[in-house]
Design a protein around this ligand. Structure first.
Ligand SMILES: Cc1cc2nc3c(=O)[nH]c(=O)nc-3n(C[C@H](O)[C@H](O)[C@H](O)COP(=O)(O)OP(=O)(O)OC[C@H]3O[C@@H](n4cnc5c(N)ncnc54)[C@H](O)[C@@H]3O)c2cc1C
Length: 380
């Protein structure tokens, strides 16, 4: 398949690059990128940065006008995502809002929720976190135990969430909680993070400090009007939300940039020209990323043509994750100093991608979905 960008799409990319040149501080790569996405420095920056993007129509260009967008083609949003990711994702946690929380609320939120939250997200000033996983409920989310019990016009929430990225800096949590006895009785609540009864403990991980948190809910009162959709309707809504998230991150873009940095380093050290194995491995990784790119573009094209979601989204994610895994092995073998005082951008890439096959749904589960829904194979 021959893929090329239309002239107006190239122009759009140039516009995004010009905005990045103008809005990123001169020491962005040296000072900000090496910090965790969830560090106070980056989150504070990303709030200001996103508000400026919003003013320029570059935060949610593809959204409907009534919600602060410009109804521009989905491709433009994707080009925007590639350039932001390539620059070290200065939108910080806002990619979640823009990619799936906003669209999900547009589809399933009440008028009041749309008015408050979708517009808030479009302004770039609000930060959200995703309260799904629990200590014994990750892949098997239906096993979650955080409860929300009705008490008049409120729910009272008790339980805990784990791995909640950005919890310390988020204004709101998109929370999954059990509202009845069966596995299906799960609902979505929009919870202000400053509600009394919420406490947060950060824990260290391969991604730098501040990113990973445990969030505890003790008798947290949440108004019933903060529920999204009907009680017990969470699965339908989450399935919709995750179909947006799966292709949300253009991993091939950052992967190819990291590969380029590694190749530059290998050349500078004189280990490129003389080693055909290094060159062939790098070539095959680049080819895998290009394959992942085309699969992702196919999914975007389906979306642009308003076709129903298919397992192509899972396939594009699997292809990206497999290319990332090859690159991680390559870095570990040939550029091991990327984790010990080498290039900070490569170190950042390496750390963020150690759990790449886990975050947002593991690779094994993606493969299962392709087998069952795409190929019609029976459940194993
Ligand atoms: C860096 C990072 C950030 C995260 N951020 C968030 C966040 O902001 N909010 C949030 O809610 N969660 C977050 N998560 C949690 C993430 O969604 C879970 O880690 C993920 O869903 C896997 O769940 P688990 O860790 O409980 O692993 P498990 O579900 O216990 O899985 C362990 C292994 O078993 C395999 N496995 C499990 N069940 C099956 C099956 N049926 N068939 C085949 N294989 C299976 C899995 O593929 C995996 O390899 C984050 C995780 C990480 C690492």
């Amino acid at each position: 398949m021959e893929f090329g960008w239309a002239p107006e799409q190239e122009q759009y990319r140039e516009r995004v690059k010009a905005a990045l040149d103008e809005l990123l501080p001169a020491d962005w790569d040296e000072t900000y990128v090496p910090e965790s996405y969830a560090s106070d420095l980056q989150v504070h920056f990303s709030r200001e940065f996103c508000a400026k993007l919003a003013e320029r129509g570059l935060l949610v260009p593809h959204w409907p006008r009534e919600y602060g967008g410009n109804e521009s083609p989905d491709w433009e949003h994707f080009i925007l995502g590639e350039e932001m990711k390539g620059a070290g994702e200065p939108r910080g946690p806002q990619y979640m809002n823009v990619n799936w929380i906003g669209p999900t609320l547009m589809a399933y939120g009440s008028e009041a929720q749309k008015d408050q939250h979708v517009k808030g997200i479009a302004s770039g000033k609000v930060i959200w976190c995703q309260g799904f996983s629990e200590p014994n409920a990750g892949t098997d989310l239906a096993a979650l135990r955080t409860r929300a019990e009705r008490d008049g016009d409120h729910y009272v929430v008790n339980g805990s969430k784990i791995w909640t990225s950005y919890a310390r800096t988020a204004d709101w949590c998109f929370l999954l909680a059990r509202t009845g006895p069966t596995r299906k009785d799960i609902s979505i609540l929009l919870v202000p993070m400053d509600t009394p009864g919420i406490s947060i403990t950060s824990f260290p991980g391969v991604i730098k400090d501040g990113h990973l948190n445990e969030v505890f809910f003790t008798d947290v009162r949440v108004p019933v009007q903060n529920r999204v959709g009907e009680e017990g309707e969470a699965w339908k809504i989450v399935t919709y939300a995750l179909s947006y998230e799966r292709v949300g991150v253009p991993r091939y873009h950052t992967g190819l940039l990291a590969l380029e940095l590694a190749v530059e380093q290998l050349k500078a050290e004189g280990r490129w020209d003389d080693d055909p194995i290094v060159r062939s491995r790098a070539g095959s990784i680049a080819a895998r990323f290009e394959g992942a790119r085309l699969l992702t573009y196919r999914v975007i094209d389906q979306r642009v043509h308003r076709l129903p979601a298919t397992t192509d989204a899972n396939l594009s994610r699997i292809a990206s994750l497999e290319a990332v895994s090859d690159l991680m092995n390559f870095l570990g073998e040939f550029v091991p100093d990327c984790l010990a005082g080498g290039d900070p951008l490569l170190e950042d890439y390496y750390r963020i991608n150690i759990p790449a096959g886990i975050t947002g749904g593991t690779n094994e589960i993606q493969l299962d979905l392709v087998a069952q829904r795409g190929l019609g194979l029976p459940r194993g």
